[in-house]
Design a protein around this ligand. Structure first.
Ligand code: ZN
Length: 130
């Protein structure tokens, strides 16, 4: 995956608002689109309700995948916020990168950044917010 991730400015703003609203916990959600163009954000409850980790609602994830079937769109990534730190993957994120086909967007103190999980850890990807 070498191409940039494209994120509409309105979604970047929505991420900032959700991140602020979830404080002191992390906010999280799934990214819907076509590789790697994000067209929608599906916010999730953070089942971990923690300031340093997140857990996406599996029932929401499955329902979303059912809804997307046949639409040409798919879950292409995961989004969450870092209430206290930069938008860089944490040790919890390293452990939770369960699917290397997904792109990760993290909103932190330095804005929203994109990451691709791989065998050697996360690699930063260009985020084209337009
Ligand atoms: Zn994180």
């Amino acid at each position: 995956m070498s191409e940039a991730v494209r994120l509409p400015a309105a979604l970047a703003q929505a991420m900032r608002a959700l991140a602020d609203a979830a404080r002191p916990a992390e906010a999280c959600g799934l990214l819907v689109g076509e590789r790697w163009r994000v067209v929608a954000l599906a916010p999730s409850s953070n089942l971990a309700e923690a300031p340093d980790r997140f857990e996406i609602d599996t029932a929401m994830h499955l329902a979303l995948q059912r809804r997307l079937r046949g639409s040409g769109r798919a879950v292409i990534g995961v989004w969450h916020s870092h209430p206290e730190g930069p938008a860089e993957p944490s040790v919890h994120d390293m452990a939770g990168a369960w699917d290397q086909a997904l792109v990760w967007l993290i909103t932190g103190s330095d804005g929203t950044r994109a990451w691709a999980p791989g065998a050697g850890g996360f690699r930063e990807v260009v985020l084209d917010a337009a």
